[in-house]
Design a binder for this molecule. Sequence first.
Ligand SMILES: *[C@@H]1O[C@H](CO)[C@@H](O)[C@H](O)[C@H]1NC(C)=O
Ligand SMILES: *[C@@H]1O[C@H](CO)[C@@H](O)[C@H](O)[C@H]1NC(C)=O
Ligand SMILES: *[C@@H]1O[C@H](CO)[C@@H](O)[C@H](O)[C@H]1NC(C)=O
Ligand SMILES: *[C@@H]1O[C@H](CO)[C@@H](O)[C@H](O)[C@H]1NC(C)=O
Ligand SMILES: *[C@@H]1O[C@H](CO)[C@@H](O)[C@H](O)[C@H]1NC(C)=O
Length: 465
Amino acid sequence: MRSSFIAQLFIAATTLASPAQKRDTVTAQVNFSNNTGSPQHLASGLLYGIPNTLNQIPSEFYNDIGYNYERAGGAQIPSPGLGWIWGVAEYENRFASVLSNYQTAREYGANFILLIHDLWGADGTQNSSAPYPGDDGDWSSWDEYLSYLFTDLKDNDMTTSLIVDLWNEPDGAGFWGRSQSQYLEMWGRTYYKFRDEFSTDVLLSGPASAGEPLASNTWWEAWASFVAANDSIPDQYAWHMESGTGDLLSSHAGLLYWQSTYGLPSKPININEYAVFDEQVPAGSAWWISQLERIDAHGLRGNWLSGYELHDFMASLLSKPGADTSSYSATATGYFPNGDYQTYKYYYQNMTGYRVGTLPSSDLKLDAYATVGDDGYARVLVGVRITEGTWELQLNDLSSLDLPTSGTLDIKTWGFPVNADDTHYGEVDGPTNLGVVAHTYSDNTVTFPVYQTDTTTAYAFEFAI
Ligand SMILES: *[C@@H]1O[C@H](CO)[C@@H](O)[C@H](O)[C@H]1NC(C)=O
Ligand SMILES: *[C@@H]1O[C@H](CO)[C@@H](O)[C@H](O)[C@H]1NC(C)=O
Ligand SMILES: *[C@@H]1O[C@H](CO)[C@@H](O)[C@H](O)[C@H]1NC(C)=O
Ligand SMILES: *[C@@H]1O[C@H](CO)[C@@H](O)[C@H](O)[C@H]1NC(C)=O
Ligand SMILES: *[C@@H]1O[C@H](CO)[C@@H](O)[C@H](O)[C@H]1NC(C)=O
Protein backbone atom coordinates (compact mmCIF):
# COMPACT_ATOMS: atom_id res chain seq x y z
CA MET A 1 0.00 0.00 0.00
CA ARG A 2 2.67 2.41 1.02
CA SER A 3 5.22 1.81 -1.76
CA SER A 4 3.08 3.42 -4.47
CA PHE A 5 2.79 6.31 -2.18
CA ILE A 6 6.23 7.00 -0.85
CA ALA A 7 7.06 9.56 -3.52
CA GLN A 8 4.40 11.86 -2.22
CA LEU A 9 5.47 12.53 1.30
CA PHE A 10 3.09 15.18 2.42
CA ILE A 11 3.51 18.16 4.59
CA ALA A 12 3.11 17.36 8.23
CA ALA A 13 -0.27 17.77 9.73
CA THR A 14 1.48 19.41 12.61
CA THR A 15 3.23 22.73 12.28
CA LEU A 16 6.08 21.74 14.56
CA ALA A 17 9.76 22.28 13.96
CA SER A 18 11.72 19.69 12.04
CA PRO A 19 12.36 16.35 13.67
CA ALA A 20 15.39 15.19 15.57
CA GLN A 21 15.45 11.75 14.04
CA LYS A 22 13.75 10.33 10.97
CA ARG A 23 12.03 6.95 11.25
CA ASP A 24 10.45 6.86 7.81
CA THR A 25 9.76 3.15 7.70
CA VAL A 26 8.01 3.16 11.04
CA THR A 27 4.33 3.69 10.56
CA ALA A 28 1.25 3.30 12.72
CA GLN A 29 -1.94 2.42 10.86
CA VAL A 30 -5.66 2.99 11.10
CA ASN A 31 -8.05 0.68 9.23
CA PHE A 32 -11.29 2.63 8.82
CA SER A 33 -13.17 -0.41 7.47
CA ASN A 34 -12.53 -2.40 10.66
CA ASN A 35 -15.36 -1.34 13.00
CA THR A 36 -14.48 -2.63 16.49
CA GLY A 37 -17.59 -1.44 18.30
CA SER A 38 -18.72 1.30 20.64
CA PRO A 39 -16.20 3.26 22.69
CA GLN A 40 -16.44 2.50 26.39
CA HIS A 41 -13.34 4.58 27.23
CA LEU A 42 -11.81 1.46 28.74
CA ALA A 43 -8.70 3.30 30.00
CA SER A 44 -10.59 5.74 32.27
CA GLY A 45 -10.02 3.97 35.60
CA LEU A 46 -7.92 5.02 38.58
CA LEU A 47 -5.81 3.34 41.24
CA TYR A 48 -6.58 5.39 44.39
CA GLY A 49 -6.52 9.15 43.69
CA ILE A 50 -9.73 9.93 45.60
CA PRO A 51 -9.77 11.93 48.84
CA ASN A 52 -11.28 10.31 51.91
CA THR A 53 -13.59 13.31 52.31
CA LEU A 54 -16.63 12.79 50.11
CA ASN A 55 -17.12 15.31 47.27
CA GLN A 56 -13.80 17.04 47.92
CA ILE A 57 -12.95 16.90 44.21
CA PRO A 58 -15.74 18.66 42.25
CA SER A 59 -17.92 16.29 40.23
CA GLU A 60 -17.04 17.81 36.85
CA PHE A 61 -13.55 16.31 37.10
CA TYR A 62 -14.97 12.78 37.30
CA ASN A 63 -17.79 13.37 34.83
CA ASP A 64 -15.70 15.03 32.13
CA ILE A 65 -13.40 12.02 31.72
CA GLY A 66 -16.06 9.31 32.02
CA TYR A 67 -14.40 7.92 35.17
CA ASN A 68 -15.50 4.27 35.31
CA TYR A 69 -13.23 2.16 37.52
CA GLU A 70 -11.72 2.62 40.96
CA ARG A 71 -9.31 0.42 42.92
CA ALA A 72 -8.53 1.09 46.57
CA GLY A 73 -8.12 -0.49 50.00
CA GLY A 74 -7.13 2.26 52.42
CA ALA A 75 -3.36 2.07 51.83
CA GLN A 76 -0.96 4.40 53.60
CA ILE A 77 -3.51 5.92 55.99
CA PRO A 78 -1.55 6.62 59.20
CA SER A 79 -2.47 5.24 62.62
CA PRO A 80 -5.19 4.74 63.72
CA GLY A 81 -5.82 3.39 60.21
CA LEU A 82 -2.98 0.91 59.66
CA GLY A 83 -5.11 -2.13 58.92
CA TRP A 84 -6.02 -5.51 60.42
CA ILE A 85 -2.54 -6.68 61.40
CA TRP A 86 -2.35 -3.76 63.86
CA GLY A 87 -5.68 -4.58 65.51
CA VAL A 88 -9.39 -4.18 64.99
CA ALA A 89 -9.50 -0.40 65.61
CA GLU A 90 -6.77 0.13 62.99
CA TYR A 91 -8.77 -2.06 60.61
CA GLU A 92 -12.02 -0.18 61.19
CA ASN A 93 -10.41 3.20 60.47
CA ARG A 94 -8.82 1.89 57.30
CA PHE A 95 -12.17 0.43 56.29
CA ALA A 96 -13.70 3.93 56.64
CA SER A 97 -11.36 5.13 53.89
CA VAL A 98 -12.39 2.19 51.70
CA LEU A 99 -16.08 2.90 52.27
CA SER A 100 -15.70 6.56 51.39
CA ASN A 101 -13.80 5.71 48.17
CA TYR A 102 -16.43 3.10 47.30
CA GLN A 103 -19.20 5.66 47.78
CA THR A 104 -17.40 8.13 45.51
CA ALA A 105 -16.97 5.48 42.82
CA ARG A 106 -20.63 4.50 42.99
CA GLU A 107 -21.73 8.14 42.82
CA TYR A 108 -20.25 8.19 39.31
CA GLY A 109 -21.37 4.68 38.37
CA ALA A 110 -17.81 3.36 38.52
CA ASN A 111 -16.93 -0.23 39.40
CA PHE A 112 -14.86 -0.67 42.53
CA ILE A 113 -11.97 -3.08 42.99
CA LEU A 114 -11.33 -3.73 46.68
CA LEU A 115 -7.74 -4.29 47.73
CA ILE A 116 -7.94 -6.72 50.63
CA HIS A 117 -4.16 -6.84 51.05
CA ASP A 118 -4.15 -3.09 51.87
CA LEU A 119 -6.97 -3.41 54.36
CA TRP A 120 -5.05 -6.29 55.97
CA GLY A 121 -2.08 -3.89 56.28
CA ALA A 122 0.40 -5.19 53.69
CA ASP A 123 0.35 -1.91 51.77
CA GLY A 124 4.04 -1.84 50.95
CA THR A 125 4.96 0.10 54.11
CA GLN A 126 4.60 -2.94 56.42
CA ASN A 127 7.69 -3.83 58.47
CA SER A 128 9.71 -7.01 58.10
CA SER A 129 7.90 -8.79 60.91
CA ALA A 130 4.43 -8.14 59.46
CA PRO A 131 2.34 -11.34 59.38
CA TYR A 132 0.89 -12.81 56.16
CA PRO A 133 -2.15 -15.03 55.80
CA GLY A 134 -1.35 -18.65 56.66
CA ASP A 135 2.01 -18.07 58.35
CA ASP A 136 3.15 -21.35 59.95
CA GLY A 137 -0.01 -22.99 58.63
CA ASP A 138 -2.21 -20.84 60.87
CA TRP A 139 -5.14 -19.29 59.01
CA SER A 140 -7.09 -18.12 62.05
CA SER A 141 -6.25 -14.40 61.78
CA TRP A 142 -7.01 -14.37 58.04
CA ASP A 143 -10.31 -16.17 58.58
CA GLU A 144 -11.28 -13.74 61.33
CA TYR A 145 -10.29 -10.78 59.14
CA LEU A 146 -12.46 -12.06 56.29
CA SER A 147 -15.44 -12.53 58.59
CA TYR A 148 -15.13 -8.90 59.80
CA LEU A 149 -14.82 -7.79 56.20
CA PHE A 150 -17.84 -9.80 55.00
CA THR A 151 -19.97 -8.26 57.74
CA ASP A 152 -18.78 -4.74 56.90
CA LEU A 153 -19.40 -5.22 53.16
CA LYS A 154 -22.95 -6.34 53.85
CA ASP A 155 -23.73 -3.79 56.56
CA ASN A 156 -22.57 -0.94 54.32
CA ASP A 157 -24.29 -2.09 51.10
CA MET A 158 -20.95 -2.46 49.39
CA THR A 159 -21.59 -5.45 47.19
CA THR A 160 -22.91 -3.65 44.09
CA SER A 161 -20.34 -3.38 41.29
CA LEU A 162 -17.73 -4.75 43.68
CA ILE A 163 -14.72 -6.71 42.50
CA VAL A 164 -12.22 -8.12 44.97
CA ASP A 165 -8.56 -8.42 44.05
CA LEU A 166 -7.30 -11.54 45.86
CA TRP A 167 -3.99 -9.80 46.74
CA ASN A 168 -1.82 -7.29 44.92
CA GLU A 169 1.45 -8.12 43.16
CA PRO A 170 1.87 -11.46 44.93
CA ASP A 171 4.86 -12.12 42.67
CA GLY A 172 6.98 -9.49 44.41
CA ALA A 173 8.36 -9.20 47.94
CA GLY A 174 6.96 -5.67 48.38
CA PHE A 175 3.44 -6.96 48.92
CA TRP A 176 3.83 -10.70 49.50
CA GLY A 177 6.93 -11.57 51.54
CA ARG A 178 6.23 -15.31 51.50
CA SER A 179 6.40 -18.29 49.14
CA GLN A 180 4.21 -18.71 46.07
CA SER A 181 2.76 -21.92 47.49
CA GLN A 182 1.53 -20.07 50.61
CA TYR A 183 0.01 -17.48 48.27
CA LEU A 184 -1.73 -20.13 46.17
CA GLU A 185 -3.20 -21.70 49.28
CA MET A 186 -4.44 -18.24 50.31
CA TRP A 187 -5.94 -17.85 46.83
CA GLY A 188 -7.75 -21.19 46.93
CA ARG A 189 -9.15 -20.63 50.43
CA THR A 190 -10.14 -17.00 49.89
CA TYR A 191 -11.73 -17.59 46.49
CA TYR A 192 -14.09 -20.17 47.98
CA LYS A 193 -14.84 -18.09 51.08
CA PHE A 194 -16.01 -15.18 48.89
CA ARG A 195 -17.99 -17.50 46.61
CA ASP A 196 -19.66 -19.19 49.59
CA GLU A 197 -20.59 -15.82 51.08
CA PHE A 198 -21.53 -13.78 48.00
CA SER A 199 -21.85 -16.27 45.13
CA THR A 200 -21.05 -14.30 41.95
CA ASP A 201 -22.66 -11.09 43.22
CA VAL A 202 -19.15 -10.01 44.16
CA LEU A 203 -16.63 -10.64 41.39
CA LEU A 204 -13.10 -11.87 41.98
CA SER A 205 -10.01 -10.67 40.21
CA GLY A 206 -6.36 -11.62 39.92
CA PRO A 207 -3.57 -12.34 40.09
CA ALA A 208 -2.82 -8.59 39.72
CA SER A 209 0.79 -9.57 39.20
CA ALA A 210 3.65 -7.17 38.66
CA GLY A 211 4.86 -9.50 35.90
CA GLU A 212 3.12 -10.02 32.56
CA PRO A 213 1.60 -13.42 31.69
CA LEU A 214 4.31 -14.15 29.14
CA ALA A 215 4.90 -17.77 28.14
CA SER A 216 8.33 -17.49 29.80
CA ASN A 217 6.89 -16.43 33.18
CA THR A 218 7.17 -19.43 35.54
CA TRP A 219 5.29 -17.63 38.32
CA TRP A 220 2.32 -17.31 35.94
CA GLU A 221 2.67 -20.94 34.95
CA ALA A 222 2.28 -22.03 38.59
CA TRP A 223 -0.67 -19.66 39.07
CA ALA A 224 -2.48 -20.75 35.88
CA SER A 225 -1.93 -24.41 36.64
CA PHE A 226 -3.19 -23.99 40.23
CA VAL A 227 -6.39 -22.06 39.43
CA ALA A 228 -7.23 -24.57 36.68
CA ALA A 229 -6.80 -27.56 39.02
CA ASN A 230 -8.43 -25.77 41.98
CA ASP A 231 -11.31 -24.51 39.81
CA SER A 232 -10.81 -21.03 41.23
CA ILE A 233 -10.61 -19.05 38.00
CA PRO A 234 -11.16 -15.33 38.62
CA ASP A 235 -13.92 -13.33 36.92
CA GLN A 236 -11.29 -10.94 35.59
CA TYR A 237 -7.71 -11.68 34.58
CA ALA A 238 -5.64 -8.85 36.00
CA TRP A 239 -2.01 -7.90 35.78
CA HIS A 240 0.05 -4.73 35.81
CA MET A 241 1.96 -2.89 33.10
CA GLU A 242 4.34 -0.74 35.10
CA SER A 243 7.84 -1.63 34.08
CA GLY A 244 8.22 1.02 31.39
CA THR A 245 8.72 -1.82 28.87
CA GLY A 246 6.45 -4.55 27.53
CA ASP A 247 3.32 -4.12 25.46
CA LEU A 248 -0.19 -5.46 25.49
CA LEU A 249 -0.09 -7.37 22.21
CA SER A 250 2.72 -9.52 23.64
CA SER A 251 1.24 -9.95 27.09
CA HIS A 252 -2.22 -10.70 25.66
CA ALA A 253 -0.63 -13.38 23.48
CA GLY A 254 0.94 -14.75 26.67
CA LEU A 255 -2.42 -14.87 28.43
CA LEU A 256 -3.90 -16.77 25.47
CA TYR A 257 -0.99 -19.21 25.71
CA TRP A 258 -1.74 -19.94 29.40
CA GLN A 259 -5.45 -20.20 28.67
CA SER A 260 -4.87 -22.83 26.01
CA THR A 261 -2.20 -24.66 28.04
CA TYR A 262 -4.44 -25.11 31.09
CA GLY A 263 -7.89 -24.94 29.50
CA LEU A 264 -8.76 -21.65 31.20
CA PRO A 265 -11.82 -19.81 29.87
CA SER A 266 -11.75 -16.36 28.32
CA LYS A 267 -12.65 -13.62 30.86
CA PRO A 268 -12.53 -9.82 30.81
CA ILE A 269 -9.01 -8.43 31.16
CA ASN A 270 -8.24 -5.65 33.59
CA ILE A 271 -4.83 -3.99 33.57
CA ASN A 272 -5.60 -2.58 36.97
CA GLU A 273 -2.35 -0.59 37.14
CA TYR A 274 -0.88 0.81 33.93
CA ALA A 275 1.92 3.28 33.06
CA VAL A 276 4.95 4.44 35.00
CA PHE A 277 5.03 8.03 36.30
CA ASP A 278 7.01 9.34 33.30
CA GLU A 279 4.36 7.84 31.01
CA GLN A 280 1.59 9.74 32.82
CA VAL A 281 1.71 12.56 30.29
CA PRO A 282 -0.47 13.01 27.19
CA ALA A 283 1.89 11.11 24.83
CA GLY A 284 2.18 8.15 27.18
CA SER A 285 -1.52 8.12 28.01
CA ALA A 286 -2.53 8.18 24.31
CA TRP A 287 -0.15 5.25 23.78
CA TRP A 288 -1.70 3.28 26.66
CA ILE A 289 -5.25 4.13 25.60
CA SER A 290 -4.45 2.70 22.14
CA GLN A 291 -2.92 -0.44 23.63
CA LEU A 292 -5.83 -1.10 26.01
CA GLU A 293 -8.55 -0.41 23.45
CA ARG A 294 -6.95 -2.77 20.92
CA ILE A 295 -7.30 -5.81 23.20
CA ASP A 296 -10.56 -4.60 24.82
CA ALA A 297 -8.98 -4.47 28.27
CA HIS A 298 -10.07 -2.20 31.07
CA GLY A 299 -7.23 -0.08 32.39
CA LEU A 300 -6.64 1.76 35.65
CA ARG A 301 -3.96 4.43 35.83
CA GLY A 302 -1.12 3.46 38.13
CA ASN A 303 -0.47 5.78 41.06
CA TRP A 304 3.05 6.88 41.94
CA LEU A 305 2.20 9.20 44.84
CA SER A 306 2.32 8.28 48.51
CA GLY A 307 0.65 9.05 51.83
CA TYR A 308 -2.38 11.28 51.49
CA GLU A 309 -1.30 12.35 47.99
CA LEU A 310 -1.96 8.73 46.97
CA HIS A 311 -5.57 9.50 47.93
CA ASP A 312 -5.71 12.74 45.94
CA PHE A 313 -5.30 14.17 42.41
CA MET A 314 -7.15 11.36 40.57
CA ALA A 315 -3.89 9.46 40.03
CA SER A 316 -1.94 12.47 38.76
CA LEU A 317 -4.63 13.98 36.53
CA LEU A 318 -5.28 16.99 38.79
CA SER A 319 -3.40 19.44 40.94
CA LYS A 320 -4.19 22.11 43.54
CA PRO A 321 -2.35 24.89 45.40
CA GLY A 322 0.39 23.37 47.57
CA ALA A 323 0.49 20.08 45.63
CA ASP A 324 3.82 18.28 45.82
CA THR A 325 5.23 20.80 48.34
CA SER A 326 5.72 20.84 52.10
CA SER A 327 2.54 22.91 52.39
CA TYR A 328 0.44 20.14 50.82
CA SER A 329 -2.86 19.69 52.64
CA ALA A 330 -4.94 16.53 52.18
CA THR A 331 -8.18 18.44 52.69
CA ALA A 332 -7.40 21.59 50.68
CA THR A 333 -9.39 22.17 47.51
CA GLY A 334 -8.92 24.51 44.52
CA TYR A 335 -8.42 21.69 42.03
CA PHE A 336 -7.35 22.27 38.43
CA PRO A 337 -6.54 19.88 35.55
CA ASN A 338 -3.07 19.10 34.22
CA GLY A 339 -2.13 18.38 30.60
CA ASP A 340 -2.71 14.64 30.93
CA TYR A 341 -6.28 15.26 32.12
CA GLN A 342 -7.08 16.93 28.78
CA THR A 343 -6.16 13.73 26.91
CA TYR A 344 -8.73 11.74 28.89
CA LYS A 345 -11.34 14.46 28.47
CA TYR A 346 -10.96 14.40 24.67
CA TYR A 347 -10.89 10.58 24.69
CA TYR A 348 -14.21 10.51 26.54
CA GLN A 349 -16.07 13.56 25.20
CA ASN A 350 -14.91 13.71 21.60
CA MET A 351 -13.96 10.19 20.54
CA THR A 352 -17.54 9.01 20.16
CA GLY A 353 -19.36 6.99 17.49
CA TYR A 354 -17.57 3.71 16.78
CA ARG A 355 -13.99 2.55 17.16
CA VAL A 356 -11.86 1.26 14.30
CA GLY A 357 -8.88 -1.08 14.37
CA THR A 358 -5.34 0.30 14.49
CA LEU A 359 -1.81 -1.04 14.51
CA PRO A 360 1.15 0.47 16.38
CA SER A 361 4.39 1.30 14.56
CA SER A 362 6.63 -1.76 14.21
CA ASP A 363 9.04 -0.38 16.84
CA LEU A 364 6.00 -0.06 19.18
CA LYS A 365 6.86 3.58 19.84
CA LEU A 366 3.87 5.27 18.17
CA ASP A 367 0.37 4.02 18.79
CA ALA A 368 -3.04 5.25 17.69
CA TYR A 369 -6.65 5.06 18.81
CA ALA A 370 -9.33 6.04 16.29
CA THR A 371 -13.06 6.63 16.18
CA VAL A 372 -15.63 7.57 13.58
CA GLY A 373 -18.06 9.99 15.18
CA ASP A 374 -21.75 10.40 14.53
CA ASP A 375 -21.03 14.15 14.40
CA GLY A 376 -19.43 13.71 10.96
CA TYR A 377 -15.77 13.63 12.07
CA ALA A 378 -13.18 10.86 12.17
CA ARG A 379 -10.59 11.27 14.93
CA VAL A 380 -7.21 9.68 15.54
CA LEU A 381 -5.39 10.16 18.84
CA VAL A 382 -1.68 9.31 18.73
CA GLY A 383 1.04 9.15 21.34
CA VAL A 384 4.64 8.01 21.55
CA ARG A 385 6.12 6.12 24.42
CA ILE A 386 8.27 8.89 25.82
CA THR A 387 10.64 9.23 22.87
CA GLU A 388 11.44 11.96 20.38
CA GLY A 389 11.62 11.41 16.64
CA THR A 390 9.47 11.21 13.54
CA TRP A 391 7.02 8.45 12.82
CA GLU A 392 4.33 8.17 10.20
CA LEU A 393 0.63 7.67 10.48
CA GLN A 394 -1.21 5.86 7.70
CA LEU A 395 -4.98 6.15 7.41
CA ASN A 396 -6.38 3.30 5.29
CA ASP A 397 -9.68 2.39 3.62
CA LEU A 398 -10.90 5.99 3.46
CA SER A 399 -13.64 4.89 1.03
CA SER A 400 -15.31 3.05 3.91
CA LEU A 401 -16.03 6.53 5.29
CA ASP A 402 -17.68 7.44 1.97
CA LEU A 403 -14.65 9.54 1.03
CA PRO A 404 -13.30 9.33 -2.53
CA THR A 405 -10.28 7.03 -3.04
CA SER A 406 -8.18 10.03 -4.06
CA GLY A 407 -8.35 13.76 -3.59
CA THR A 408 -7.55 16.19 -0.82
CA LEU A 409 -8.19 15.68 2.84
CA ASP A 410 -8.17 18.63 5.23
CA ILE A 411 -6.80 17.37 8.53
CA LYS A 412 -7.00 19.44 11.69
CA THR A 413 -4.45 18.82 14.44
CA TRP A 414 -4.85 19.29 18.18
CA GLY A 415 -1.78 19.24 20.40
CA PHE A 416 -2.09 18.00 23.99
CA PRO A 417 0.86 19.53 25.85
CA VAL A 418 1.91 19.41 29.48
CA ASN A 419 2.50 22.62 31.41
CA ALA A 420 6.05 23.66 30.44
CA ASP A 421 6.94 24.60 34.03
CA ASP A 422 5.50 21.59 35.83
CA THR A 423 4.71 18.37 33.97
CA HIS A 424 2.43 16.69 36.50
CA TYR A 425 1.24 19.55 38.69
CA GLY A 426 0.99 22.46 36.26
CA GLU A 427 -2.37 23.61 34.91
CA VAL A 428 -3.47 23.00 31.31
CA ASP A 429 -7.01 23.96 30.39
CA GLY A 430 -7.40 22.39 26.97
CA PRO A 431 -5.67 21.18 23.83
CA THR A 432 -3.97 23.57 21.40
CA ASN A 433 -5.39 24.06 17.92
CA LEU A 434 -2.43 23.51 15.57
CA GLY A 435 -4.39 24.31 12.43
CA VAL A 436 -5.52 22.51 9.29
CA VAL A 437 -3.31 21.04 6.59
CA ALA A 438 -4.61 19.88 3.21
CA HIS A 439 -3.23 16.45 2.24
CA THR A 440 -3.39 15.22 -1.34
CA TYR A 441 -3.89 11.46 -1.42
CA SER A 442 -4.57 8.52 -3.71
CA ASP A 443 -5.05 4.75 -3.53
CA ASN A 444 -7.61 5.12 -0.75
CA THR A 445 -4.96 5.94 1.85
CA VAL A 446 -3.16 8.95 3.28
CA THR A 447 0.15 8.92 5.15
CA PHE A 448 1.74 11.83 6.95
CA PRO A 449 4.54 12.34 9.47
CA VAL A 450 4.09 12.85 13.18
CA TYR A 451 6.92 15.05 14.40
CA GLN A 452 7.55 14.26 18.02
CA THR A 453 9.88 17.03 19.18
CA ASP A 454 9.30 16.43 22.87
CA THR A 455 8.49 13.30 24.88
CA THR A 456 5.18 14.43 26.35
CA THR A 457 2.78 15.91 23.78
CA ALA A 458 -0.02 13.79 22.25
CA TYR A 459 -1.75 14.73 19.00
CA ALA A 460 -5.25 14.26 17.69
CA PHE A 461 -6.03 14.42 13.96
CA GLU A 462 -9.58 15.16 12.85
CA PHE A 463 -11.23 15.28 9.44
CA ALA A 464 -14.78 15.63 8.17
CA ILE A 465 -16.38 12.60 6.54
C1 LIG B 1 -9.24 -3.76 7.46
O1 LIG B 1 -10.40 -4.25 8.10
C2 LIG B 1 -11.24 -5.00 7.23
C3 LIG B 1 -12.55 -5.30 7.96
O2 LIG B 1 -12.29 -5.89 9.20
C4 LIG B 1 -10.51 -6.23 6.76
O3 LIG B 1 -11.31 -6.96 5.87
C5 LIG B 1 -9.20 -5.82 6.09
O4 LIG B 1 -8.45 -6.97 5.78
C6 LIG B 1 -8.39 -4.92 6.99
N1 LIG B 1 -7.24 -4.43 6.27
C7 LIG B 1 -5.99 -4.65 6.69
C8 LIG B 1 -4.91 -4.10 5.84
O5 LIG B 1 -5.76 -5.27 7.73
C1 LIG C 1 5.72 -4.40 62.83
O1 LIG C 1 4.37 -4.48 62.38
C2 LIG C 1 3.53 -5.23 63.22
C3 LIG C 1 2.16 -5.27 62.56
O2 LIG C 1 2.30 -5.83 61.29
C4 LIG C 1 3.47 -4.63 64.61
O3 LIG C 1 2.66 -5.44 65.44
C5 LIG C 1 4.85 -4.51 65.16
O4 LIG C 1 4.81 -3.81 66.36
C6 LIG C 1 5.74 -3.74 64.20
N1 LIG C 1 7.10 -3.74 64.68
C7 LIG C 1 7.81 -2.62 64.76
C8 LIG C 1 9.21 -2.75 65.27
O5 LIG C 1 7.35 -1.52 64.42
C1 LIG D 1 -8.62 -25.11 46.40
O1 LIG D 1 -7.48 -24.78 47.16
C2 LIG D 1 -7.70 -24.56 48.54
C3 LIG D 1 -6.38 -24.14 49.17
O2 LIG D 1 -5.39 -25.10 48.94
C4 LIG D 1 -8.28 -25.81 49.18
O3 LIG D 1 -8.56 -25.57 50.54
C5 LIG D 1 -9.55 -26.21 48.43
O4 LIG D 1 -10.02 -27.44 48.96
C6 LIG D 1 -9.25 -26.37 46.96
N1 LIG D 1 -10.51 -26.62 46.27
C7 LIG D 1 -10.61 -27.44 45.25
C8 LIG D 1 -11.97 -27.60 44.64
O5 LIG D 1 -9.65 -28.06 44.83
C1 LIG E 1 -15.11 17.99 22.57
O1 LIG E 1 -16.50 17.89 22.78
C2 LIG E 1 -17.00 18.87 23.68
C3 LIG E 1 -18.45 18.51 23.95
O2 LIG E 1 -19.15 18.35 22.76
C4 LIG E 1 -16.82 20.23 23.05
O3 LIG E 1 -17.32 21.23 23.91
C5 LIG E 1 -15.33 20.46 22.82
O4 LIG E 1 -15.12 21.68 22.16
C6 LIG E 1 -14.72 19.34 22.00
N1 LIG E 1 -13.26 19.47 22.04
C7 LIG E 1 -12.53 19.46 20.96
C8 LIG E 1 -11.06 19.58 21.17
O5 LIG E 1 -13.00 19.33 19.86
C1 LIG F 1 -9.62 -5.11 13.65
O1 LIG F 1 -9.04 -4.42 14.72
C2 LIG F 1 -8.88 -5.21 15.87
C3 LIG F 1 -8.40 -4.30 16.98
O2 LIG F 1 -7.33 -3.52 16.59
C4 LIG F 1 -7.92 -6.34 15.57
O3 LIG F 1 -7.77 -7.15 16.71
C5 LIG F 1 -8.45 -7.15 14.43
O4 LIG F 1 -7.52 -8.14 14.08
C6 LIG F 1 -8.72 -6.27 13.24
N1 LIG F 1 -9.36 -7.03 12.20
C7 LIG F 1 -8.91 -7.08 10.94
C8 LIG F 1 -9.67 -7.96 10.02
O5 LIG F 1 -7.93 -6.45 10.57
